[in-house]
Design a protein around this ligand. Structure first.
Ligand code: CDP
Ligand code: MG
Length: 136
């Protein structure tokens, strides 16, 4: 089924100048880019985005990390795009993510792991409305 997913390149990925590499990987895979913009994530947006992690030890760290500087947010569309992009991004902890995945190639720790992607079509809908209210 055709799905959409929300991706953003985190501040550490921006600092490493990885926008072109990451967009290129998804394009070469045959996925369709339907929206893209540079965004300064506010504390409110970040807390909404990571609401499922509120109270966890890493919550303040991830909020600080994604609000540190602007990100590039995107909506990608294709059949099974949620699972495909999660596979291409690799495991959450860059230190153990498989080489060949984005995190495996460009990240070496847990919090600053280059890229976010939705974990289900339902999460994607919620996350897209947070980042792209104009698409609603
Ligand atoms: O991003 P992903 O869906 O793979 O992982 P998550 O479990 O939803 O966690 C969200 C983000 O919190 C991760 O991408 C990491 O940046 C951060 N995190 C962390 O710093 N330490 C952890 N033990 C788990 C997650
Ligand atoms: Mg997640």
């Amino acid at each position: 089924m055709v799905e959409q997913t929300l991706v953003f390149i985190k501040p550490d990925g921006m600092a490493k100048r990885l926008v072109g590499q990451i967009v290129g990987r998804y394009e070469e895979k045959g996925l369709n880019l339907v929206a893209i913009k540079r965004v300064e994530i506010t504390r409110e947006m970040a807390e909404r985005h990571y609401a499922e992690h509120a109270g966890k030890t890493f919550f303040e760290g991830i909020i600080a990390s994604v609000t540190a500087s602007p990100v590039v947010a995107m909506v990608w569309e294709a059949p099974d795009v949620v699972a495909i992009i999660r596979l291409m991004n690799g495991a959450t902890n860059g230190a153990v993510a498989q080489p060949g995945t984005i995190r495996g190639d460009y990240a070496a720790n847990f919090t600053d792991n280059v890229v976010h992607a939705s974990d289900s079509p339902e999460s994607a809908r919620r996350e897209i409305s947070n980042f792209f209210p104009e698409l609603g």
